[in-house]
Design a protein around this ligand. Structure first.
Ligand SMILES: Nc1ncnc2c1ncn2[C@@H]1O[C@H](COP(=O)(O)OP(=O)(O)OP(=O)(O)O)[C@@H](O)[C@H]1O
Ligand SMILES: [Mg+2]
Length: 219
């Protein structure tokens, strides 16, 4: 298995006055792998996602993208890694849902025709076509989660780090999201889902990890 993203003995805390949230975390995320990280509220799932994405820097330890420090390849890493935030509003900054979903593709200088085709396709799959002209902030909780996902899935990054991607979703929507993620994994993508959603347990995934006292374990 080709390893895409690695955390090596990662220690992270939000400040010197606080306890460590991640304590010697080890994680290998492989190509064509769908991994779920579970853990109670406040156990460090979101922190783990942000550190793995290179958005928070650990006090010690390493975060390696394809074997090299992620911090030395940041512009490229941003393209290779798609991150969805637990609060989707944290990732919205466009005036319409369409622009939000199209944004990453437009950065890649793809023709507007292809952008439209890709946006339309992912919107159809996630059932958000009727929302494309709306203001992202005005959506319902589940709609926001779907739009946030669409904005990442649309450009098919090699690595997907998704924080609670099924929050607020109905069972049918969860099924569709998991189906899409599995397809991406079959196509070679690495997918890491941080979640408290017990429904996720229904779906067969490659690996379930649990975060306990700041360490990751096989469930
Ligand atoms: N920006 C921050 N500054 C200080 N402490 C923080 C910050 N963000 C999170 N924490 C603390 O870090 C710990 C881990 O939080 P984190 O959000 O990673 O947990 P989580 O497992 O994602 O929880 P949830 O299931 O509620 O989403 C918690 O004790 C939290 O209070
Ligand atoms: Mg969280």
């Amino acid at each position: 298995m080709v390893t895409k993203l690695q955390l090596r003995n990662v220690w992270f805390r939000y400040s010197r006055e606080e306890d460590y949230v991640l304590r010697g975390v080890e994680l290998d995320l492989g190509e064509s792998e769908l991994t779920v990280v579970k853990g109670p509220n406040g156990s460090g799932k979101t922190t783990l996602i942000l550190v793995a994405a290179g958005l928070l820097r650990p006090e010690s330890g390493e975060v390696l993208l394809e074997g090299k420090s992620i911090y030395e390849q940041l512009p490229l890493a941003r393209r290779k890694i798609g991150v969805s935030f637990q609060d989707p509003e944290d990732q919205f900054f466009n005036a319409t849902v369409y622009d939000e979903v199209a944004f990453a593709l437009r950065q890649l200088k793809i023709s507007e025709e292809v952008v439209r085709a890709r946006v339309t396709e992912i919107a159809r799959r996630l059932g958000i076509e009727h929302l494309l002209s709306k203001l992202p902030y005005r959506l319902s909780g589940g709609e926001k989660v779907k739009v946030a996902l669409a904005s990442i899935l649309v450009y098919e990054p090699e690595i997907l780090l998704l924080d609670e991607p099924t929050a607020y979703l109905t069972p049918e929507n969860k099924d569709e999201v998991i189906r899409i993620l599995k397809e991406l994994k079959e196509c070679g993508r690495s997918v890491l889902i941080a979640t408290n959603d017990s429904d996720i347990a229904k779906y067969p995934v490659d690996r379930v990890l649990k975060i306990v006292n700041g360490k990751l374990f096989a469930d």
